[in-house]
Design a protein around this ligand. Sequence first.
Ligand code: ATP
Ligand code: MG
Length: 230
Amino acid sequence: MSAVPLLELRSVSKSYPGPTPVPVLREAHLSIAGGESVAIVGPSGSGKSTLLNLLGTLDTPDSGSVWFEGRDLTGLSPKELATLRNRRIGFIFQNHHLLPQCTVLENVLIPTLAAQRSAPEEAVARARQLLDRVGLGPRIDHTPGRLSGGERQRTAVVRALINQPALLLADEPTGALDRASAGEITRLLTELNLKDGLTLIVVTHSAELAGLMGRAVELRDGQLVPLNRA
Ligand SMILES: Nc1ncnc2c1ncn2[C@@H]1O[C@H](COP(=O)(O)OP(=O)(O)OP(=O)(O)O)[C@@H](O)[C@H]1O
Ligand SMILES: [Mg+2]
């Protein structure tokens, strides 16, 4: 483990404004080292997706700070945050958000359009290699409507990895899947963490998936509490 955490929340509070404001995080703390795998658990509505959005710079705290690779993200411009996100962070959303009119290959290449760090042919080669690795080689020309739920989710995993992020954030990656497909995604995520050293933060209701992560924290009353596991 490196001395500087990959990701840190320092006393982060967040509520959604409105006639009755919804407090979600209350001075929450979290520190995650590079290479860790962490499950985030908690009941529906406890704020897990909100937390993931803050960790992934898609949202900003009302107070407190989020640190990534030793840098305080408070005060970075939306453009700076977008660049950081695009280069260093991969997302697998609660709903996969694949573009229905694009093929598997086109969908996974979308994040490379903004990054433009490598020649397009390199990005395509990497996309093909990753899609092969997750067993989607024969499906690259399919649109999402012609994929199974598990195949769609695997496509979303590859899209999250295409820019070689340091951190992968996954919101219920197995939530909508049958047992076999959930098993495939679980294996893929744990392999990416163990073999490739990808830091993994997974929101999940699955005790099986949570049990495979290095540790688990529970979101309870707006704070992150270590979960003791048998
Ligand atoms: N944009 C928003 N505006 C107002 N309230 C919101 C907004 N997004 C979420 N909330 C509220 O904030 C709380 C936390 O929502 P969040 O989506 O983070 O929960 P969650 O733990 O991910 O739930 P689930 O397990 O159902 O996905 C909920 O009570 C929700 O109703
Ligand atoms: Mg959620």
